[in-house]
Design a protein around this ligand. Structure first.
Ligand code: FMN
Length: 195
């Protein structure tokens, strides 16, 4: 694969919110997890633990927790429709081992981000979507109990993995020149983010 093909693959990865019931094979799932394994991480601490969820009842419970927290009146299909969910967890004991001067939570979350990106790209090559699902703070304790997570395990995201049942939702990106600064920051390029 050359760099142009790699960038094309990056453009192929996307976030779906509805999924077919079609199963993801064990073989494909293994490849996705193997891709995640090779992600870089701060100090190579590999702060991640993944809970791969296929059990329908558990998915339903996650959907209910999420929907209640978000004020939805039905269990969110984004957690019931995909054949696989992956709870991305951070072992916060790895964070404690980072030197004090570093923004340790950022390092851990950036590491998880690298892992999810690796998995998303591998999946995209196979026509499978891996979508992020950030979890509301208010349901952490319930998620911990549901998934038998010890108290020092933090659960920022539950990924949805499957074949999309919707047309691609096209998202744009800023041009490189809009965010790349040379030698020093050009403040005139910064966005007006006031509401
Ligand atoms: C750290 C992170 C958290 C995200 N959390 C959510 C989420 O909670 N819900 C959601 O619908 N999408 C979530 N997304 C997906 C983004 O909305 C999506 O990547 C972005 O809109 C670009 O679209 P694309 O992935 O289709 O290219 C998240 C993405 C990232 C990187």
């Amino acid at each position: 694969m050359d760099v142009t093909e790699l960038i094309e693959l990056m453009k192929k990865r996307w976030t779906a919110r509805n999924f077919e019931s079609r199963k993801v094979s064990d073989n494909d799932l293994e490849k996705i997890l193997e891709a995640g394994r090779w992600a870089p991480s701060g100090g190579n601490k590999q702060p991640w633990e993944l809970v791969v969820i296929r059990d329908e009842e558990t998915k339903e419970k996650i959907a209910r927790l999420y929907s209640n927290a978000m004020g939805l009146d039905h269990p969110s299909e984004r957690y019931t429709s995909p054949p696989v969910l992956i709870a991305v967890c951070i072992d916060t004991r790895t964070i404690d081992s980072y030197p004090d001067m570093m923004p340790a939570n950022f390092i851990a979350y950036a590491s998880v981000g690298s892992m999810v990106q690796n998995m998303g790209l591998a999946a995209a090559l196979m026509g499978i979507v891996v979508s992020w699902g950030t979890q509301p703070m208010g349901i952490h304790d319930e998620l911990r109990e549901l998934l038998s997570l010890p108290g020092y395990i933090y659960i920022p995201d539950i990924l949805q993995v499957g074949y999309p049942a919707q047309d691609r939702h096209l998202t744009g990106r800023r041009e490189v020149d809009e965010f790349a600064h040379h030698d020093k920051m050009d403040e005139t390029k910064l966005r007006d983010l006031s509401p």
